[in-house]
Write a protein that binds this ligand. Sequence first.
Ligand code: ZN
Ligand code: ZN
Length: 208
Amino acid sequence: MKGTERRKAILDWLDQERTLSLAQIVERFKISKMTVHRDLDALELRSALKRIHGGVVAIERSSGLASSPQGGTGQGNCVVCFRPASQHLLYSLTLNNGEQRVACCPHCGVSAHLVLGDQVAMALTADYLTGRPHPARGSYFVLGSAATPCCRPSMLTFEDIEMARRFQTGFGGSVGQLEDAIKYLQEEMSLHRDGENCPHCAAMARRE
Ligand SMILES: [Zn+2]
Ligand SMILES: [Zn+2]
């Protein structure tokens, strides 16, 4: 496969998956890491995608994607509660076998971490203010604030700790990182173990 064809193939694939890890691209095209880096550099220069640590994410071309009724072909529905995922709250997980899972918000994303455990190779979460995806490890989580755009208890993620703190000043809650969010959710879940009206508890119960 020629370089130009391969770059086009990478873009088509990324269009479906929304995020890809470097390892996935190496594996699929049987090319060296160096070649992947060169391809991705070239594509990023054309603003065709955005590189992140360990992978790439698709750039949103239309804003209507998340709210369109046939959203299943784009970002898809939440793996935990089946709500449609929207860009500013999107949390996506790449599993060790290369499969993708999306969650409607960091709350469900962290629930998915709890369920999938070591199968998670990489997770991306959107910055609540800009919608920009960035690695969940290293993101700042505002936990249990009064702002609940999606699931309860609220969990929102910020790329920048300063923004997370400002948000916390206005809406309350606590600021932490991924480990804190996981702990927080575990505690919440043990509080209402059989809360049937809680989507993530219900989803967990179904898996057991
Ligand atoms: Zn959800
Ligand atoms: Zn949600």
